[in-house]
Ligand binder design. Structure first.
Ligand code: SF4
Length: 347
């Protein structure tokens, strides 16, 4: 029988398990603190537990620790891209970004992705599996251990569709923001979705204070269907209704992600259509000039098109920022480093 991963259990669950093992609940709190505040990499480091208890825990539970398979640092040192190895030898990408206001980590939520967005390298091999809550937490912990610096923002925007791994995502968010763990503010957590309607509504009902980001990438259903297969299941109108519902339930304004692809979705016509869609909404648009993917013919929009697009949105009083270009010299687009690594491994 597969062992339960002790890092996937929140403090209440851990206490329940300890009682079943005839251990005192306060011991569970100590273990929780070692794992989620002191970020230890083995049960043996939990020095205020008896040797016997440490041995017992080691026998009963799995203990996820991610190890660094590779790391690239951008030339300006503001971005680090990690390839982290999981216990089953799969690898995932996690990105650390240094900003003036603090450090941000972009984590993966799945190994691979089944959503098939046409501009994305992460989906080329399909989805292999979901990540557990512990594997999502460990991406943040591994980076804190490696950099020795605090993390103030976490974005779930790397490989995978987070809402396609809903329960593990929720457990991750609750534990990441738990005052007995790293205690990140929920306001500093962003979850990005390609637009899965029912889970978006479900997330609204959880009434968390996290930011929801919808990857729109096109201002009409026709173009969106060409870029994102998920658009065949849900119309933009339905997704915007779900965003309004999210705002109504949580009071949090929704972000819209728009990847700019030269000659595909970056003309003034598309900018005006997008402005029309979002007009009057309390929202924010992130414009992202795409990083080219080797296997695709898409090119990044040139600076003139990007600035023109932004201007049209701003004229319609829509708050729009251009994502700081980070790490193109280290293949920062999601999925590219992992793909290169897998190709080298298979050669
Ligand atoms: S963009 Fe996101 S949802 Fe789309 S295929 Fe890539 S990882 Fe999956």
């Amino acid at each position: 029988m597969e062992k339960i991963d002790i890092k996937c259990l929140d403090e209440t669950q851990l206490k329940e398990v300890f009682v079943k093992l005839s251990e005192k609940p306060f011991r569970a709190s100590q273990v929780y603190q070692w794992m989620h505040q002191k970020l230890v990499t083995s049960i043996d480091e939990m020095t205020n537990l008896s040797k016997d208890l440490r041995a017992k825990l080691g026998e009963q539970f799995a203990f996820t620790v991610l190890t660094k398979a590779e790391m690239l640092v951008s030339s300006d040192a503001s971005t680090r891209k990690y390839l982290l190895r999981l216990a089953d030898n799969n690898v995932i990408e996690t990105v650390w970004m240094k900003y003036r206001h603090g450090n941000s980590v972009c984590i993966s939520s799945q190994v691979g992705c089944r959503m098939g967005c046409s501009f994305c390298a992460s989906t080329l091999g399909g989805k292999i599996r979901d990540l557990t809550a512990a594997e999502m937490l460990e991406q943040v912990y591994a980076i804190i251990r490696d950099t020795g610096e605090r993390v103030s923002n976490v974005v779930v925007m790397g490989t995978g569709e987070p809402l396609d791994n809903y329960d593990n995502l929720l457990q991750f968010i609750r534990m990441l923001t738990d005052d007995k763990g790293l205690h990140l503010s929920q306001r500093n957590v962003t979850v990005s979705t390609c637009g899965l309607l029912e889970p978006m509504r479900r997330l609204a009902e959880e009434q968390l204070a996290i930011t929801l980001a919808l990857s729109l990438h096109a201002p009409n259903d026709e173009l969106r269907k060409q870029l994102m297969p998920v658009a065949k299941a849900y119309r933009i109108e339905q997704l915007l209704e779900a965003c309004d519902y999210y705002f109504e339930k949580t009071g949090r304004r929704v972000s819209f992600e728009y990847s700019l692809i030269q000659g595909v979705n970056d003309s003034p016509k598309e900018a005006e259509q997008l402005a029309g869609l979002l007009y009057g909404r309390n929202c924010h648009v992130n414009l992202i000039p795409i990083n080219p993917v080797k296997e695709k013919s898409y090119r990044r929009s040139d600076v003139t098109n990007v600035l023109r697009f932004q201007k049209i949105l701003e004229k319609a009083k829509i708050n729009a920022t251009i994502r700081r270009e980070m790490g193109t010299d280290i293949d920062a687009a999601c999925g590219q480093l992992r793909r290169r690594y897998m190709e080298a491994r298979n050669e």
